[in-house]
Ligand binder design. Structure first.
Ligand SMILES: [Zn+2]
Length: 206
């Protein structure tokens, strides 16, 4: 995982986003630099300070204490509004494989990757593909699971086995945390409005 996928925000001053690459992150605001060593320890370099060595976990907690990805993604009115360029790979439901009338197993059908824009709001997650293609929109309370793996975020909408998103310019960790936040809030609102019993049957899981 590129280091900036993990350290997408400056743990020192909170600047979001930072500039980063495979093993180093630089903050354009406070000028701190964070370097990942081979042993996994992080060296923090600041002018006028001796280098400091920290664990990735402690910097992760520091980012969470600043609100993680939320301040940048929430408007003054408290609404979630965030978008990134994304590549979507749809995984269709498992298809039965038959040979001479006998069921031999199942296989997943992967569709061609599509480039577009992924947009998160208070109630929905929308994928806007290129011109002429149909936009996909899911209600947040219908997503059955959210997880990150190898540089992507995978969600489970009702009609697909999975939808896998890659972010050419953004952090999958940021997106995972944002989706959890937005789904939780959407569910809380729905519960306040009633429909409690129906919701209990579709609790999102990791
Ligand atoms: Zn900073």
């Amino acid at each position: 995982m590129p280091f900036w996928h993990f350290l997408y925000r400056c743990p020192e001053c909170g600047k979001d986003p930072v500039l980063g690459d495979e093993d180093a992150v630089h903050c354009p605001e406070c000028a701190a630099a964070f370097e990942r060593g081979k042993d996994g320890a992080i060296r923090i370099l600041r002018s006028g300070h001796p280098p400091e060595v920290r664990t990735a976990a402690s910097l992760g907690h520091q980012i969470e204490a600043l609100g993680g990805p939320i301040p940048r993604a929430v408007t003054e009115n408290g609404e979630v509004q965030y978008r990134s360029r994304a590549v979507l790979r749809r995984v269709l439901r498992e298809v039965p494989l038959r040979y001479r009338g006998k069921l031999k197993g199942f296989f997943e059908v992967h569709e061609e990757p599509e480039e577009g824009l992924l947009e998160l709001s208070d109630e929905t997650l929308t994928f806007h593909p290129g011109e002429g293609k149909e936009q996909l929109r899911w209600s947040l309370i219908d997503l059955r699971s959210i997880q990150t793996s190898s540089g992507s975020v995978q969600i489970t909408p009702p009609e697909l086995e999975a939808a896998v998103f890659y972010f050419p310019e953004d952090s999958p960790r940021r997106w995972e945390q944002l989706l959890f936040y937005a789904v939780r809030r959407a569910r809380e609102r729905a519960e306040e409005e009633g429909g409690m019993e129906e919701l209990q049957s579709r609790t999102p899981s990791r």
